[in-house]
Design a protein around this ligand. Structure first.
Ligand SMILES: Cc1cc2nc3c(=O)[nH]c(=O)nc-3n(C[C@H](O)[C@H](O)[C@H](O)COP(=O)(O)OP(=O)(O)OC[C@H]3O[C@@H](n4cnc5c(N)ncnc54)[C@H](O)[C@@H]3O)c2cc1C
Length: 368
């Protein structure tokens, strides 16, 4: 039986060492199991540390592990794209325990070692089982081709991608993607369309300052280029059943999943209001398309907005969350929230402070 309190205490001791932890972990892993090195990018600084994040989630929920099982299953299915096999999990477990022991120093005891081995065993089994099951019906990754690359401005491109075989997803889900321009570096992107008969996916990509992948996707990618897609994951923004009104609050490319959800809602409409904020006029990179959707669907109300008065006609002043609350569009509504991490956090706080129930807020930050 794992002692949850002991594990949490030990984890906070280790996690206090910050970036040192994944750094040490990968050094041990590559030294003891050099065959795993090829699964990772050349530049390890670009490696988002999902493992450490996942461990943090497991540890903070170790007494209610069922809450993290779906996320671990997603992670296991997703890791097939790296070539991760059941046989690799023990190597990771050994490197992990060595890392935890190193950072625990004198606090490391046989009982803590046993707790970690048990907790990791559960994580590994959940991930590997989900991966094995997925292998029966889906590929480890989808090869895809860029069929259109529409650069809207310096920062943003709308990219149309054709997967080589059927790619299932729900509007609001995301998937990881890798380009040969940045080998083995994967980042998450979100389709801006509901599934289409021809299977194509529309992606809205904003280049972040100094961003390794996003700058390449926006400025270097061309039609005909190859991409690899991981499986669709996430349930934060998928449409929950119901008949009531919907309030959508988006910042920047966070409008992409909202557009996909609107296309899905067209089959069974509900009163929907979309507030879309941008920091610069160019940030409203698909204003005409969104206005055309609102003109086509009488159940959809669309409000582009911005903090400053630098924008054209029809753009209201204020943050999307403030305006949605002020217009009383969140009262009794299911609220969907997406955008850069800071915007999602600030909007969530504003909504809750304004009386919106936390359970009514569905969100996905476009963060790391
Ligand atoms: C579930 C999910 C869905 C996403 N969907 C989309 C999408 O549809 N379109 C899209 O453009 N992006 C999306 N993102 C963000 C995307 O995955 C990348 O984080 C982003 O493209 C930056 O990657 P990079 O390699 O260029 O930056 P990196 O080289 O990893 O980072 C460079 C610098 O930018 C910072 N940074 C990283 N990401 C962001 C960010 N999102 N905003 C601000 N600063 C950042 C980093 O802290 C670092 O300082 C999504 C993220 C998640 C988690």
């Amino acid at each position: 039986m794992v002692d949850a309190e002991r594990l949490k205490k030990n984890w906070s001791l280790v996690a206090a060492h910050g970036d040192q932890v994944p750094l040490y972990f990968y050094s041990v892993l590559f030294l003891t199991h050099p065959e795993t090195r090829d699964m990772f990018p050349m530049n390890m600084a670009a490696q988002r540390d999902k493992l450490v994040t996942a461990l943090g989630a497991v540890v903070s929920n170790v007494d209610t592990i069922e809450h993290v099982v779906p996320a671990l299953q997603d992670l296991g299915r997703d890791h097939r794209k790296f070539g991760a096999l059941r046989g690799h999990y023990p190597a990771v477990g050994e490197a992990l325990v060595a890392t935890l022991e190193h950072f625990s120093g004198p606090h490391w005891t046989p009982a803590i070692a046993a707790d970690w081995t048990a907790a990791y065993g559960l994580v590994a089994a959940t991930m590997a089982d989900a991966a094995d099951e997925a292998a029966h019906y889906t590929p480890a990754w989808w090869d895809a081709e860029v069929v259109a690359h529409d650069r809207r401005d310096l920062e943003t491109a709308v990219i149309t991608v054709a997967p080589g075989r059927r790619f299932d997803y729900l509007p609001g889900q995301s998937f990881s993607m890798c380009t040969d321009l940045r080998p083995r570096v994967w980042r998450q992107y979100t389709p801006a369309n509901a599934p289409r008969a021809d299977g194509t996916l529309e992606l809205h990509v904003r280049a972040v300052d100094g961003g390794e992948v996003s700058t390449a996707l926006v400025s270097l990618l061309r039609p005909g280029d190859a991409l690899r897609l991981g499986p669709a994951t996430g349930s934060g923004l998928t449409l929950q059943q119901g008949h009531g009104p919907i309030a959508m609050i988006a910042g920047g490319t966070g409008v992409a999943p909202m557009k996909a959800l609107i296309e899905q809602l067209a089959a069974a409409p509900r009163p929907t209001s979309l507030y879309w904020g941008a920091r610069t006029p160019a940030g409203h990179y698909c204003l005409d398309e969104m206005r055309a959707l609102a003109a086509a669907y009488e159940w959809l109300e669309f409000t582009p907005c911005a903090d400053e008065d630098l924008f054209g006609a029809g753009v209201r002043i204020g943050s999307p969350a403030e305006l949605a609350v002020a217009d009383r569009r969140c009262v009794g509504a299911a609220v969907y929230l997406c955008g850069p991490p800071g915007m999602v956090e600030a909007s969530g706080k504003h909504l809750v402070a304004s009386g919106v129930r936390a359970e009514a807020i569905h969100f996905e930050p476009f963060g790391e």
